[in-house]
Ligand binder design. Structure first.
Ligand SMILES: C[S@@+](CC[C@H](N)C(=O)[O-])C[C@H]1O[C@@H](n2cnc3c(N)ncnc32)[C@H](O)[C@@H]1O
Length: 271
């Protein structure tokens, strides 16, 4: 069952690289109108939820557990909420659930949401065997926000959710569509080199592949907005004669120079 009193929707997950900070600028970036919406690095979905596109949305991510969670939320939010209501935010229960292999789509989704909300930093990290291994977070915030889960479910009704590499739905991109691209930033902001981000590293080759994907979007007369690390190599790869903005944002991780706590990101767009 889906609640009728939905006003706004916001992310239900804590997600590394989440774009909550960009949401307040998004209205200045969007085209006046667009057809379908595509977001192939959906992560915590902050941008999709803020944009609230009216047509179909093609959402995907390489993280299978994430996409399965969203699919379960789309289908039956109450089933997940009822399971979450039986959970408790304690160290003992966290480690018990972390070790347990859940079966059933709603139990798996409830486990994913619970571990994300009560873990140390909300990051999704697995060991070499692919087992989630983030420690308990001692957070006092309520891990169950029913309204947010219902609101997300409502928003996902128009969305096709796919697990896979960012190219998975490329044949669906047509004239007038909008594609929002938020890849992992594999070059560090202090320009010292590459950072490890996800289970699978988004390599320099992937950045070149993403550049070709942007070419395909443009060939199809669709719009794109791409965020990426402010780095010389990134500037070179995505230099397509379109617009490039630099956005500053506060970082929780401070540097040791006069720019401490402020990092720069690029936004590329043909809008
Ligand atoms: C910066 S995060 C996206 C954050 C999202 N915009 C938000 O606001 O929460 C990047 C996402 O890309 C996904 N990812 C990594 N490599 C990928 C690939 N090759 N294809 C598709 N998704 C990938 C990660 O799982 C992660 O969720």
């Amino acid at each position: 069952m889906i609640s009728n009193n939905i006003v706004t929707a916001s992310p239900i997950l804590r997600w590394a690289g989440g774009k909550n900070w960009l949401v307040k600028h998004i209205s200045t970036l969007l085209p006046e109108k667009f057809n379908n919406y595509h977001e192939p690095f959906i992560g915590g979905a902050s941008m999709y939820l803020a944009i609230d596109p009216s047509n179909h949305a093609y959402l995907s991510d390489l993280n299978k557990d994430l996409i399965e969670t969203y699919n379960a939320v789309k289908q039956d939010p109450s089933a997940i909420i009822n399971i979450l209501k039986t959970y408790e935010n304690s160290k003992e229960f966290y480690y018990y659930l972390r070790e347990k292999e859940s079966c059933g789509e709603y139990s798996k989704a409830a486990r994913f949401i619970f571990l994300n909300q009560t873990s140390f930093n909300g990051i999704y990290r697995v060991n070499l065997k692919g087992k989630y291994n983030v420690p308990y977070g001692n957070r006092t915030k309520n891990f169950l926000e029913e309204d947010k889960i219902y609101a997300l479910s409502h928003r996902l009704q128009n969305a096709y959710l796919t697990h896979g590499d960012f190219e998975v739905n490329k044949d669906q991109i047509h004239e007038g569509d909008l594609v929002f691209l938020d890849p992992p930033y594999t070059v560090s902001h202090n320009k010292n080199g590459f950072i490890k981000y996800n289970q699978k590293l988004f390599s320099l080759d992937d950045q070149y592949r993403l550049s070709e994907y942007v070419d395909l979007i443009k060939e199809n007369n669709a719009y794109y907005i791409l965020t990426n690390a402010a780095h010389e190599k990134v500037k070179e790869i995505f230099n397509k004669g379109d617009k490039r903005f630099v956005k500053n944002r506060a970082s929780l991780i401070g540097g040791n120079n006069s720019n401490r706590g402020i990092i720069e990101e690029y936004i590329f767009t043909n809008i």
